[in-house]
Ligand binder design. Sequence first.
Ligand code: ATP
Length: 329
Amino acid sequence: MTNAVSFSSVSRHFGTVRAVDDVDLSIAEGEFFAMLGPSGSGKTTCLRLIAGFEQPTSGHIEIFGTKVENVPPYRRNVNTVFQDYALFPHMNIIDNVAYGLMIQGMGKAERHKAANEALELVALPGYGDRRPGQLSGGQRQRVALARALVNKPRVLLLDEPLGALDLKLREQMQEELKTLQRKLGITFVFVTHDQGEALSMADRVAVFNNGKIQQVGSPQDIYQRPQSRFVADFVGSSNVLEPAFVKQLTGKDACASLRPEAIRFVQSDGHLATVTGSSYLGGTTRVGLALGDMRINALIPADQAVPENGTKVQISWQENELHLMEDAQ
Ligand code: ATP
């Protein structure tokens, strides 16, 4: 099957900054693909390279099997939803949504029909006469989405589109976006620095650091089987167990990641640890532990008794919860 997007050894340098550094990547048609990483790791630059707002310093990009070096943004069958929505404040909603079609020369009746269909798709029918200033943040976000969908792109690029929304609305929109993507079958490439957002929405996640992809995989792969310390640290709140300890347990010379929720308190046959603190988080409690020289966290259900600071406890975990990391820098 042809990939929707593929990168072969793509780099984009700005002076001495390697914003994107020798990236290979393929995104399948119909996939919901998340680019996850800290600020400055190169996610947005990758998105802009796909959109055609940037050109690679070296390497090649293909969209549906066609090399796009010489294809301008408006001919790539790709649209972008930006975090700040970029709506025109003086235009009503219908004209905002239909703007791209107007530029393409489509007649008024036809483009308004398409815009109304797009507004229905994002659950905003009947809002066409309002101006952006008369809508809530969540509604403006939907208008931006409708505008990007109106000309039926094959790939939709979303750059932190939910960043400006409060938590509750963000969670609601995460579900809506996912449902919409399934319904339309369009390839979505979604940029976020929020690991929860990436894990909950995407079919696959690429974790970026310093312009490079550290790991690509399903949310389960990324969360449960991080291949590097960076991924273990960035995705969730994994404990990293040091090689000396791991060697005693497994005989192997490697670091290992262990998720806080995998740690159980047991009565016997566990590893001896000392409680260093605890934080009530609502549904769960995080318990800080000293395990030899290491500081680790356990996550326990909030209704479970929390041992006092300084208490010696025994902890245990299932053997398959420990994931060795060969790349342990
Ligand atoms: P954020 O989440 O903050 O948007 P990001 O992961 O999307 O971060 P990029 O915006 O891709 O990161 O930036 C990657 C690096 O490239 C950063 O160091 C940034 O300062 C640099 N950079 C990006 N665009 C330019 C530019 N036009 N000129 C110079 N440097 C740039």
